[in-house]
Structures are given as C-alpha cells and as structure tokens.
Ligand binder design. Structure first.
Ligand code: NOJ
Ligand code: CA
Length: 682
C-alpha cells in the first residue's frame, strides 16, 4: 500500500544559504502533488521565513519563524541553512470510523536544516509538507550539545495574510479565558485581536478559503492566534501559558505540533477536513474492534432545564429507577449507550469549588452501579460513565487507574469527561501544556482499559483520533446546553451553519442534537419570550443536525417522554453515525449548508440541510447516487408555516422514489432544516 518514499538529500554550500557576509538570500520551495500549492522557505539576513502561494498567487506573505526562550537567546536571527532534504509520500489508509472511510495521504516534503551562526549554535529542522488540500510545517529540535532542557516563552510563527480576508472567529481571551463556548462573529482579518483556531478565512474574491489550525498537539501549549498590529493582516502564534507564564517546557529531541493551513477553492470543499489527520501518527492501538460509534441517550437535559439535579435529593436524576427507564428506552430504540451524570459523589454543594471532592468510583446510595451495568448489558446497552472533574486534575489523575479498572470490570467501555472551570485546581489554563499532557494521558489510560472518550471543555481537536481511535468526540464549542439556560437566550439560528465551516473542521463535535420540546413552555404551548433560553430551530432542523454536525457518538438529547408519539423520532432511530463518504452539496458560512453522507458498509445515504434565520429553497441534484439504481427517499421537512420563532414543531414526513437523475427541491423554513434517508428500493 505504501509506495517507497523517495528521499533526496541535497547538501548546500553554506554561502548559498544566508551566512552573513556571503549571499544573503536562499530560497527553497516545495509544491503540492497537483502543482497548485507552493511553500517557499527563505533565510534573508539570517532570518527564517516561509510564504505560501496557490496557482501562482501569494496567499501568505513572507512570515517570520522562530522562538523566544527563558534564560537563553531567542532563535530568530543569525540563522543559516545547513541542508535540505526532500521526499514524497503517497498512501491511502482506512479509518476505523469516521466522516470518510478512506484517506489519501499524499504530499511532497521539504526539510530545511537551520543552524545559529553564533554560540550556542543551536540547530533545528523546519519540516514542510505540501498537500493538495493545504500545507503543514513544524519545528524539530534534534538532540544536541547546545540545547538540553528549555523553556519557551513565545513561538514567533506568523501568518501574514496577503488579503484582508473575512474571518469567522471566537475570541481566545474573553469573556472567559479558557472556553470555546461562544457564538462566532465575522469580520476582516485586520480587526482580529486574540482568536481561537481553527480559524476560517474567506478571501475577498471568495475564490480561496483558508483554515489556520494545528495538528498533533501532544506535548506543547495550545496555539491561539493574535493580531499583530492595528489594521494589519499578520496573525502570530499565541501559545497558552502555564500558571507560571512559561509556554512550553521541553528537552531535545523535541518536535512541535504542525501548524496547518488548509486551502480550498470555496467553502463547500472544506469538509471533510483530512489534512490534520494526515499529520498525526498512525493508529497506536493494537486492536480497534472494541471501538464502536453509537447513538446514546442520557440523564442530562433534565439537569440543564432544571427538572433534575446532579446533586443528591428529591430531584436527583441518577437514581437506579430513572436509569432503568433510560436503559429501557435506549434498548427499545436501538441506541447503544446511556449517559448518566450525577451518579458519583461530589456534586453536593458547589461542585466547581469542591472539585477535589469528586469520587470517580463511589456512587450515590440511590444509584446501584453494578446492578445497572448488568441490567443495561442484558439489554444490549452500555452505561456511559460521566467524569466531571471541574478542573481538579490531580484529584482525577490519582483515581484514573482505579476508576477505569472498575468501569472495565463492569463491562463499561465509554466515559464522558468534563472540565468546567476557568483555571485548574493546580493553577493552569485549559489550554496550557499541563492540560495538553493531561488530556493526552486520559486518552492513553482509557485506551489501555478499552474505554472510549467523549470530552467536554476539551482541548481543540488536533487529529488525536488517528493515533488513538478511542478519542471519539468532544465539545469545544457552544453546544445545545446553551439552549437550556444561557443568559442570552440560546444559540442563534445561524450558529450551526457557522460551526460546520469552523469548529467542525477540526473534528467531531458532541453537540447533542435532538431536542423536540422546543418551546419548553408546556403550560401555554406557546413560544417563550424571545429573550428566554430556548432552542431556536425548527424540529426538522434538529433532525438535520445529526447529519450536518458529525459525531461518532451522537446523542438523542431530549427527555425520553418528549419523543413519545413523535413520528419524526423515527429519523433519529434510523440515522447512521459512521460514514463511508461525505459530500457537501451546497452552503455558505453563516447562511446554510446541505451535506450528504453514505453510511459505512451500506448503500444508504443521508442528507441534512440547515438554514439560518432565513427561509431558503435549495436545488439539490442527487448525482452522488449510483446511476441506474432506484432508491426511496424518506423526507423530514419543515411543515406548513413552520419557523423557529413561533411555529417550530410542524414536520412533514413524505416518501418518494429517486434516482441519481433526481433534483430535490428542498424548502427550508426560517431557522429550519430538512433530514432525508435515501435507501435502495427493495
Ligand atoms: C458541561 C458539559 O458540557 C455538560 O454536558 C455537562 O452536563 C455539565 N458540564 C456537567 O458536567
Ligand atoms: Ca460545556
């Protein structure tokens, strides 16, 4: 499968590579296999920089590379190139689960050896890979006399945009420092202050789209981006510090994460985004057979809307009887998991302040964990164990082994972790190297015990799932929970149409779709006041989210009783969670998107289309279907006069024959959506 990688070592005369006093300019280029994307690395006057062009047009102007250290001189000038290595790689690999089954890892690589001309004469390699869908580069420090342990205070990597592109972003410094749970806004890159990645940028001619992010963040600080200056277009790496201000502690040999720039000709080509997966090491697990995408329900929404509590007492959600009811519901509807929150001691009182009191093995007295594990298993369902840490990291790490061993003993194979806090008990930000190591440790420990992981308040996804396919899904954006209690009324109708083109490009999201009781004001049956927290979609859009917002663990988030007597619930029962193929049919960031996905090992397709607050009609050719085959489409559309605001519930369910020649006219209500299953006839 793997073609031999051609490695070419080119020795370079020092004079040609920027030794001061000799020739002051050296340029090295690498171009993607399709010849469209070119990275140029140059050393000019002892400074190292890269630039990026596509089809001959510059997208990133020469941008600085380098580091600052504590107690050592910076690595940003007095540099020269020592050698250049090139290789190419062309391989297909198969994901155990995913948005697509097969992934093409195809690139040309340039590795430039760089050395300081003055003492301590430190050396590193800048490794650049040019793919057809973007580029990645990283710094590699070999073992060397001039560099043992080090402390990075700044990474100087820049992204000097050649265009005042429109950026869709969430801030990295406010209102809370450490969360990604905000609504997106858009504006010119020149106005950006401090923002998170993935950062999606649409060029002013709308013919180029760029996504800046990182891959393989294993032992480093998370990268955010900061606007370098007023009214300029240069973004600079902004590493999250640990409690003492140091960004990264390391010891050579050491590699940084990849800095990635995904490129596409228009926004519909951004997903599925595979660049970051290709820049992560291959699967490290001996077996992946135990890993299984699934749908789940949970004792969860009740706590968010206030009808149940995590803590003990009269409204305690995680009781044995209530959990049995959820298990029965999951079994009756073919769902694989039941998430139970508030099962373990530590929730009473202020569970954020008392974070070090959480036990991850001790259930509340009204929750019979072994009995429920058995009861579930007999019905083909597994409990998903909730581990909220509130950022009490040492408290959690101390218990990891015993907790995971217990879950395994009970036959449980999935956890949902949580980190509700701004700063950990140890004084570090969520995004610091301290936490990067922690999140990684949990994934590795879980893998050892055969446990799948769903992380809330996570690190942003940098493609870990390739190496650890038990890292299933995560939150890392404003999810459905905000529609239960948010002070600003909930997620806007456009929110998910932005998420698809931004956050979801990093990887799967546990958004928790499927709220049917949209108004939540059962007494009047009328809309809540617009400022009250509520779901701001139609019901059909809630269905479409299962296809649009990819997650291998997909929740039916509402209370079981709210699905009773609802014909539309059939779509949630039917929808797949593991895909062979993904096609974006149409879309505009912040306006609408339509996605088709074919289920793994199946001929069945699903389509999800969602709109923002506008009504829209989409004309969707089904040319992705196999020509000559007859199919039946089951269509869940917004019903007559549906709209998110005061008539979100009507869904019209129809069936019709379709073929690859059919063009579907999809009518989406304001804040609406449409969900379709397309199966071969007979
Ligand atoms: C926030 C998570 O996003 C949510 O899903 C969970 O229920 C609460 N924290 C409690 O852990
Ligand atoms: Ca959250």
């Amino acid at each position: 499968m793997r073609r031999p990688a051609g490695t070419l070592l080119i020795g370079l005369a020092a004079a040609a590579l920027g030794v001061p006093g000799a020739s002051l300019r050296a340029q090295m280029l690498v171009t993607s296999p399709d010849g469209r994307n070119t990275v140029t690395v140059e050393i000019v006057d002892g400074r190292l920089a890269y630039s990026l062009s596509k089809d001959g047009r510059t997208l990133i102007l020469p941008s600085r590379l380098g580091f600052r250290f504590k107690g050592a001189p910076p690595l940003e000038q007095g540099l020269r190139g020592t050698d250049v290595t090139r290789q190419s790689h062309d391989e297909w690999w198969t994901q155990p689960w995913g948005e697509v089954a097969r992934v093409h890892d195809h690139y040309n690589e340039l590795a430039v050896g760089v050395e300081e001309t003055a003492p301590p004469g430190r050396r590193f390699t800048l490794r650049v890979r040019a793919f057809n869908d973007g580029i990645g580069f990283r710094y590699e420090f070999p073992e060397q006399p001039g560099l043992g342990t080090f402390e990075i205070t700044d990474e100087l990597t820049e992204f000097a945009l050649a265009d005042n592109s429109r950026a869709w972003s969430i801030p990295s410094d406010r209102p809370r420092m450490d969360r990604s749970e905000m609504l997106y806004s858009s504006g010119p890159v020149s106005l950006l202050q401090r923002v998170q990645t993935p950062l999606t940028l649409e060029f002013t001619d709308r013919k180029t789209v760029m996504v800046i992010h990182e891959a393989d963040l294993a032992d480093y600080a998370r990268m955010n981006l900061k606007g370098g200056c007023i009214e300029c277009r240069t973004l600079t790496a902004d590493l999250a510090p640990m409690g003492d201000g140091i960004k990264v502690r390391g010891k050579a040999p050491f590699v940084t994460p990849w800095r990635t720039i995904q490129l596409a000709d228009n926004v519909t080509q951004l997903a599925p985004s595979l660049l970051g997966l290709n820049l992560n090491p291959p699967n490290a697990l001996a077996s992946t057979e135990w890993i299984h995408p699934m749908k789940y329900v949970g004792i969860w929404w009740g706590m968010h809307i206030g009808t149940m509590t995590w803590s003990s007492g009269a409204r305690h959600g995680a009781t044995t009887a209530n959990t049995r009811r959820y298990i029965d519901f999951a079994a009756a509807n073919g769902f694989g998991g039941v998430l139970v929150e508030g099962w373990n001691t530590g929730w009473d009182g202020d569970w954020i302040a008392n974070r070090n009191a959480f036990s991850f093995t001790q259930p509340y007295p009204d929750y019979d964990l072994p009995d429920l594990a058995r009861y579930a298993k007999e019905r083909g369902v597994r409990l998903i164990v909730h581990n909220e840490t509130s950022g009490g990291i040492q408290n959690y790490e101390r218990q990891l082994d015993s907790a995971f061993a217990l879950y395994r003993l009970l036959g449980l194979d999935a956890i949902k972790t949580g980190y509700v806090t701004d700063t950990t008990a140890e004084g570090h930000s969520h995004w610091s190297q301290f936490m990067v190591r922690h999140y990684r440790k949990v994934i590795e420990e879980a893998a050892k015990h055969g446990i799948m992981v769903d992380v809330h308040e996570p690190l942003h996804d940098t493609g870990e799932r390739r190496t650890y396919p038990n890292m299933m899904t995560r939150e890392g954006a404003r999810g459905q929970e905000y529609n239960a209690w948010s002070g600003d009324g909930g997620n806007t109708p456009e929110h998910e149409t932005i998420l698809f083109f931004t956050r979801l490009l990093a990887g799967p999201m546990d958004y928790t779709p499927g709220i049917f009781d949209i108004m939540r004001d059962r007494s009047t049956g009328r809309a809540q006041h617009p400022e009250e927290p509520r779901v701001r979609t139609t019901l059909a859009k809630q269905l479409a989210l299962y296809v649009v917002l990819y997650s291998p663990l997909q929740m039916a988030a509402d209370l079981p009783e709210n699905y009773e007597g609802q014909p539309a619930f059939q779509f949630i029962r039917d929808v797949a969670v593991d895909w062979d193929t993904t096609r974006v049919l149409d879309g505009r960031i912040g306006d609408y998107v339509a996605v088709a996905r074919r289920e793994r090992n199946s001929r069945t397709w699903f389509i999800g289309a969602i709109s923002d607050e506008e009504a829209r009609t989409l004309d969707v050719p089904l040319s992705f279907l196999t020509p000559g085959r007859r199919y039946v489409a089951e269509i869940y559309a917004d019903g007559p006069n549906a709209n998110w605001y005061d008539n979100p519930l009507p869904v019209s369910i129809t069936r019709r024959p379709v073929t690859s020649a059919t063009r579907l006219r999809m009518v989406l209500a304001p804040g609406g959506g449409q969900a379709i299953r397309i199966r071969p006839a007979n």
